[in-house]
Design a protein around this ligand. Structure first.
Ligand code: MSP
Length: 662
């Protein structure tokens, strides 16, 4: 907690653990992470909560299917979700699991408050229950769930009811007094008409479910998953002692539109019943669609985030999701649009502008960015200066209203104008023309300052790439620690760093092919999504990671003879965008030239490998590594505790290419 700073608390929904994340879930989390980063840069003390929703029949059934206890099942799934958020650069401050003890205590405490205040009573309920949505639905026996279309089950059980009906008036009054409570407007109207239509009491415990938080003294009752899950928002910031941390009430609960009712009706009613403050805003975003349908596991149309991150980088995914969809509305996902955006906006847009400006500084200003203009600014320079100010204002306004695509539009407009400005002022001519060197310095100064602003403003959405550009610009501080405000002083003379393409251009068909094939690999082996990459295996490429036979197990000569190893010569070697550890090699094996991927990128410079003779397993079945075809395996020793690969070679003699190793 930072004293003196205003506090800001925002939450993602907590995710069900009976499946793994797809980019629909990723969208909710990335949006929250962006808001969190932005608010930090506006001087707020921010807490962002995310986590996993681990109870209920679905988990009970999935664990049974996997033949493991529920606790083991959810622990593994929660770790997967957490690992993914880390890979995506998401900075959650609290990761709450509904199986945490502190959470169970909060749920039990909240129930007691509601009960002590007279809003809970025992009863029985018979109804049609949708197991997938964890909700009773208003249909006849034999009919399917109106929300997800799955079959419903008739359930009769003893339970405790929450007097939701008592909150119709208080809720309507609350909505009227707080017109911004539910966003966007369309969702607010939907909730208003639902509540105006009358509220029925809600069963908040179950006796037909075992895997849940027990209701103290009322076993076998366990809490209804939504009573349990919603309370996670409170447990994350102190539970019964929430006042100590000072983050409750939450500023924003960010949710998908299908769960608005739970958040805008049930949750405020539970809190009112317990006498607790209500969150300030519930913001419902739209769905990510694939082939015009909501992306979801049951429809089988999901896209996983990892292949995209491996091929294009996490910033590309973050950019695409926030740029392409108007926040609050549904948006379509397509690999084609993703790669098009990557090449046009990131590689040609931000990446190109940065390398253009920095290269001129390197070539003509001994690598030192000018700290002030050298000649008086003319109308063209002034235009950029005005636009910089305007862009900061507009972008912040858009961020404040969660208009992410418009925030990005404003930043990209500034960059497009700077590009145009460079074309018009022609600094490469100014630098050589007699008497215009001062003007050249002013041009570069103006472009550099504008680039600085674009990078700072884009940081909440592109945290990794902007930090890299920032370093190349010669800046040392962490971008996330900077405050966004209108009147930044000019940057002092900075020594620019090594210029490297942050978004290398990528061939569309190849990128899509790689992402799609990785997607297929993940679907085949969902539990191995975090398996070590080939670089950590003793041999490189091909089936390198296959388990070695147990030490005592011997093989006969005939087994060894099955492995065909030959001398190969490396013809070309290049890095693979999005796969830090792999090199793509072409290797002459005497009879043909093969493409082989090797996990040696962190230890061997590609240029230095050309011409080198290596030992190659040539009769391995081809496979794809990070979506790139690999047809063979290069042999290397794994040295030291980290298994550093050292290529096997032939230093004594100039061996013939294609010679067999026996
Ligand atoms: N566990 C509940 C939430 C409890 S919050 C107290 C839940 N979990 S979920 O895993 O099904 O969904 C979590 C979030 O992911 C929701 O906000 C949901 O809208 C979002 N998405 C899941 N699929 C989505 C898309 N295809 N598109 C956008 N977001 C979607 O509901």
């Amino acid at each position: 907690m930072s004293p003196g700073k205003p506090k800001f608390y925002l939450t993602t929904p907590i995710y069900y653990t009976n499946g793994l994340p797809h980019i629909g879930h990723t969208y909710s989390t990335i949006v929250c992470d962006t808001i969190r980063r932005y608010k930090r840069m506006r001087g707020y003390d921010v807490v962002m909560t995310t986590g996993t929703d681990e109870h209920g029949v679905n988990v009970e059934r999935s664990a049974k299917k996997a033949s493991v206890p529920e606790s083991e099942f959810v622990a593994k799934m929660a770790a997967e979700w957490k690992a993914l958020w880390d890979e995506l650069g998401v900075q959650g401050d609290e990761f709450i699991r509904t199986t945490d003890l502190k959470h169970a205590h909060t749920v039990q405490w909240l129930f007691k408050q509601c009960r002590d205040n007279g809003f809970v009573y025992p009863g029985h309920y018979t109804g049609q229950y949708c197991i997938f949505d964890n909700a009773y639905v208003d249909v006849k026996p034999g009919e399917n769930c109106p929300d997800c279309g799955r079959p419903t089950e008739t359930v009769t059980e003893a339970n405790f009811y929450f007097k939701l009906s008592a909150f119709q008036r208080p809720l309507l009054d609350w909505y009227a007094k707080h017109p911004d409570f539910i966003q966007p407007e369309s969702r607010r109207n939907e909730v208003l008409s639902f509540v105006e239509g009358g509220l029925r009491d809600l069963s908040i415990t179950r006796t037909s479910v075992r895997w849940g938080i027990p209701v103290p003294g009322e076993e076998p009752h366990v809490f209804y998953v939504w009573f349990d899950a919603l309370t996670a928002y409170l447990s994350a910031v102190g539970g019964p002692q929430y006042e100590k941390r000072g983050f409750w009430p939450a500023d924003v609960h960010l949710v998908g539109k299908e769960i608005i009712r739970f958040h805008a009706v049930y949750w405020p009613a539970f809190l009112m019943a317990a006498g607790l403050p209500l969150p300030k805003q519930i913001w419902a975003h739209g769905w990510l669609l694939m082939d015009s349908a909501k992306m979801s596991k049951s429809l089988g149309n999901v896209v996983r985030p990892r292949p995209i991150v491996h091929v294009l980088g996490m910033d590309a995914l973050r950019y695409y999701l926030l740029r392409e969809t108007v926040f609050g509305q549904d948006g379509n996902f397509s690999y084609d649009a993703l790669v098009t955006r990557y090449n046009s906006d990131l590689a040609n847009g931000l990446g190109n502008l940065a390398s253009r400006v920095l290269t001129m500084i390197e070539q003509h200003l001994r690598g030192i960015a000018p700290g002030k203009p050298s000649a008086a600014e003319d109308a063209r320079d002034e235009r950029i200066i005005d636009l910089r100010r305007e862009t900061i204002l507009q972008t912040c306004q858009h961020y404040d209203r969660f208009e992410f695509s418009r925030a990005l539009e404003a930043i990209w407009r500034l960059m497009a104008e700077v590009d145009k400005y460079l074309v018009e002022t022609k600094p490469w001519v100014q630098v050589k023309a007699p008497g215009s060197y001062g003007q050249f310095v002013t041009t570069i100064y103006t472009a550099y300052q504008a680039l600085r602003e674009a990078v700072i403003l884009a940081h909440p959405i592109l945290p990794s790439a902007t930090q890299k550009i920032w370093k190349q610009m010669g800046q040392t501080e962490e971008l996330s620690t900077l405050d966004i405000h209108l009147d930044w002083p000019p940057m002092a003379n900075a020594h620019i760093g090594k210029i490297e393409a942050v978004f290398p251009r990528i061939e569309k068909a190849e990128a899509i092919e790689r992402m799609e094939s990785m997607e297929k690999e993940e679907q085949k082996q969902p539990s191995q999504v975090t398996a070590p990459t080939p670089a950590s295996a003793p041999t490189t490429g091909g089936a390198a990671a296959a388990a070695a036979p147990a030490a005592a197990e011997k093989i006969g000569l005939e087994d060894f003879a099955k492995v065909e190893m030959r001398v190969g010569q490396i013809k070309t070697a290049e890095r693979i965008v999005g796969a830090d550890k792999l090199l793509k090699l072409t290797v002459d094996i005497g009879t043909e030239i093969r493409q082989i991927c090797a996990g040696i990128a962190q230890y061997y410079e590609p240029e230095k490998l050309i011409g080198r003779r290596v030992a190659v397993v040539v009769n391995l079945a081809p496979r794809k590594l990070r979506g790139v075809e690999s047809n063979g395996m290069i042999i290397a020793a794994a040295v030291g505790p980290e298994g550093r690969p050292v290529l096997a070679g032939f230093p004594d003699e100039d061996v013939e290419i294609g010679a067999r190793l026996k």
